[in-house]
Design a protein. Structure first.
Length: 526
C-alpha cells in the first residue's frame, strides 16, 4: 500500500476494496465475452456494447450524482451505492435475456458512478494534510489491483463455473466492501450547505485551472488508452509477442503500475502535486519515445520490452493520484466530491476517445501509437502548468499562485511579490498599499487596527538616540525594503497578514532601540 501498514486506518482499506470492486466489475466482462454472447444468442460485437454502455452511463452519471448527493453524508452515499452495486451483480444469474442483462449493467454503472468518487472524496476529507497524496494513491491501488488481480481471477472463475459466476464474484467483492465501510468509514460533513444551489456547488470546479485539469485528464487518458488498447498488435509487430507471453507481460505491467501508484502518493506529499504530475508525465513521454526508437530497430529482445512496459505502466498509473491531488489543491476538500466525480467522468471520456484514436492509428501504422501518446501527454503537461501557475489556489483570496512545490498536504500557496498590497491597503495610504513589501503590509495592518497616520509618527530630525528612539517613516521604510529579493519578500508577507493585527508592536520600523524592542509612542496601540 501507499501508506505504511502500521499507519493505515482500516477505513482506508474499505475504500480501496470498494474501488477494487467497481473497477473489477467494469473490466471483468472482457474475459467472459464469448461465452456470454453464446448463451444469450447475440454476437460478440453486440455483447461488447455492454462495456460501451457501462462507460457511457458512468461518464454521464458521475457529475450528476455529485450534485444530487452533495447534501448527503459521504458514508451514507457510498454505502447506499454499494448496496445497489452488490444486488445488481448478484442478480445476474437470474436473467436469461440480453436486454435484462443490459438493464443490470446500467444499474451497476449508476452505482459505480457514486462509489468511486465518494471513496476518493472520503479519503481526501479524512486524510491528514501531510498524507493526502498517499491516501489518494492507496485508494487508487484498488484500481490497479483490479487490473492485476481482479480481472484475471474473475476470468478464471467464469471459465470454471460459468460466466454468471464472474458477476457473482464482483457482487461478493461489493458486499465485503459494504460491510467493511459500514463498520469503519467515519462520517464526514456534507459537501454543501442546505441552501446551496447548483451554481454554488459547481463554483469550485468551474475555475479555469480546474477545467484545464479536466481537459488534461481527457487528453492524457486518451493518449495512454490509445496505446494500451492496441498493445497486443503493437507488441506482436515489435517483438513477435505471443498470447502467453502477452499475459506475462501484462502481469509485469500491472506490478509496475502498483509501484508507480505508491510512489506517486509519496511524491505528492513531499514535493507537491504539480511536480509529481510533471515527473509522471515526463517519464511517460520518455517511455513512449523509447518505444518509438525500438520500433525503428524491430524486432527487439523480449527483455527490453518487459522492462520498458513496467516503466510505462508505473508512469501511467502515477498520473491519476497527482491529478486528483492537484484538483483538490484547486477546489479544497469541500469541493472534493464534485471534483472527483468530474475527474472520473473525464477519464471515461478520454478512454472512449483513446480507443477510437488508437483504432485509427493501428490501421495506418502501429508504430504511431507511442508517438501520438507522447505528443498528447506532452501537450497536456504544458497546458496544466500554464493554467495552474496563472490562477490562485483554493482559499488564497487571489493573492497567491500555486507553485510547483505546493502539494495537497496543505502547504498552501506562496504569495507573489506585491501581494502585500492587499493587506497594506487597509492603512488608507496609497503609497503603503502599493509598496507590497513587508513594511507596507505591517503598516497597513497596524493602521487598520487603530493607529494614527504614519506621517504623524515621524520624530524630528534633530532628535537624539538618548532622548527617543530613532524611527524610520513607514513610507521611507517601504521604499528602502522594496529592494529585497522578491521571493524572500513574498515568503514574509503572510507573517504580516490580518492574523498579526493587535500584536504589541507599532507599524514603525524597529530602528534606534538599543534592545531591538519597540518603545511606546503616540501611535502605539499600547
Amino acid at each position: 500500500m501507499s501508506v505504511p501498514f502500521r499507519q493505515t486506518p482500516v477505513w482506508l482499506y474499505a475504500l480501496t476494496l470498494a474501488a477494487f470492486a467497481v473497477q473489477t466489475d467494469d473490466f471483468i466482462i472482457i474475459g467472459v465475452l464469448p461465452d456470454l454472447a453464446h448463451d444469450l444468442h447475440v454476437s460478440e460485437g453486440a455483447a461488447g456494447q455492454l462495456v460501451t454502455v457501462y462507460s457511457l452511463v458512468y461518464a454521464l452519471a458521475a457529475p450528476a450524482w455529485a450534485l444530487l448527493l452533495a447534501r448527503i453524508d459521504r458514508k451514507r452515499a457510498l454505502c447506499g451505492a454499494l448496496v445497489v452495486f452488490t444486488a445488481t451483480n448478484l442478480a445476474v444469474p437470474l436473467v436469461t435475456a440480453f436486454p435484462a442483462l443490459m438493464a443490470l449493467r446500467v444499474s451497476a454503472a449508476l452505482a459505480a458512478a457514486v462509489v468511486l468518487p465518494a471513496a476518493l472524496a472520503a479519503a481526501t476529507a479524512a486524510a491528514p494534510p501531510d498524507r493526502r497524496g498517499r491516501y489518494l494513491a492507496t485508494v487508487m491501488t484498488g484500481l490497479t489491483g483490479a487490473v492485476l488481480i481482479g480481472v484475471p481471477t474473475g476470468t478464471y472463475i467464469g471459465d470454471a463455473a460459468g460466466w454468471q459466476a464472474t458477476f457473482v464474484f464482483a457482487g461478493a467483492l461489493g458486499a465485503v466492501a459494504l460491510l467493511l465501510a459500514l463498520v469503519t468509514v467515519p462520517r464526514t460533513p456534507t459537501a454543501a450547505e442546505p441552501a446551496a444551489g447548483a451554481r454554488e456547488l459547481l463554483r469550485p470546479v468551474l475555475q479555469r485551472a480546474v477545467l484545464v485539469v479536466l481537459l488534461v485528464t481527457v487528453v492524457t487518458v486518451a493518449g495512454n488508452l490509445a496505446f494500451q488498447t492496441y498493445l497486443a498488435p503493437f507488441l506482436a509487430d515489435l517483438a513477435s509477442v505471443t498470447s502467453k507471453q502477452l499475459a506475462v507481460l501484462l502481469v509485469l505491467a500491472g506490478a509496475g503500475g502498483l509501484v508507480g501508484t505508491r510512489l506517486a502518493g509519496r511524491i505528492v506529499d513531499r514535493y507537491g502535486s504539480m511536480r509529481a504530475l510533471v515527473a509522471a508525465g515526463g517519464l511517460f513521454c520518455v517511455g513512449m519515445a523509447a518505444f518509438c526508437a525500438l520500433w525503428l530497430a524491430r524486432p527487439v529482445p523480449l527483455v527490453a520490452v518487459a522492462a520498458l512496459l513496467m516503466c510505462w505502466s508505473a508512469a501511467a498509473w502515477a498520473v491519476p493520484p497527482a491529478i486528483q491531488a492537484l484538483m483538490v489543491d484547486r477546489v479544497g476538500p469541500e469541493g472534493a466530491t464534485q471534483a472527483m466525480a468530474l475527474h472520473s467522468s473525464s477519464a471515461y471520456v478520454g478512454a472512449a476517445i483513446g480507443g477510437g484514436l488508437g483504432g485509427a492509428l493501428v490501421v495506418v501504422d502501429p508504430g504511431l501509437l507511442p508517438a501520438v501518446a507522447a505528443v498528447l501527454v506532452g501537450l497536456a503537461l504544458g497546458a496544466v502548468r500554464w493554467a495552474v501557475r496563472s490562477a490562485p489556489t483554493a482559499g488564497s483570496g487571489g493573492a497567491g499562485v500555486l507553485r510547483e512545490g505546493v502539494s495537497g498536504a496543505g502547504c498552501g500557496a506562496e504569495a507573489e511579490f506585491g501581494a502585500g498590497a492587499e493587506s497594506g491597503a487597509e492603512a488608507g495610504s496609497g503609497s503603503e498599499a502599493g509598496a507590497g513589501s513587508e513594511a507596507g503590509a505591517r503598516a497597513g495592518a497596524k493602521a487598520g487596527a487603530g493607529s494614527e497616520a504614519a506621517g504623524a509618527q515621524t520624530p524630528s530630525a534633530t532628535a537624539t538616540e538618548s532622548a527617543s528612539p530613532t524611527v524610520t517613516p513607514p513610507k521611507q521604510e517601504a521604499g528602502r525594503r522594496s529592494t529585497v529579493e522578491p521571493d524572500a519578500a513574498a515568503r514574509r508577507v503572510p507573517e504580516s497578514g490580518s492574523a498579526q493585527r493587535g500584536a504589541p508592536e507599532s507599524g514603525v520600523a524597529r530602528q534606534g532601540a538599543p534592545d531591538g524592542a519597540i518603545r511606546p509612542g503616540r501611535g502605539d496601540p499600547r
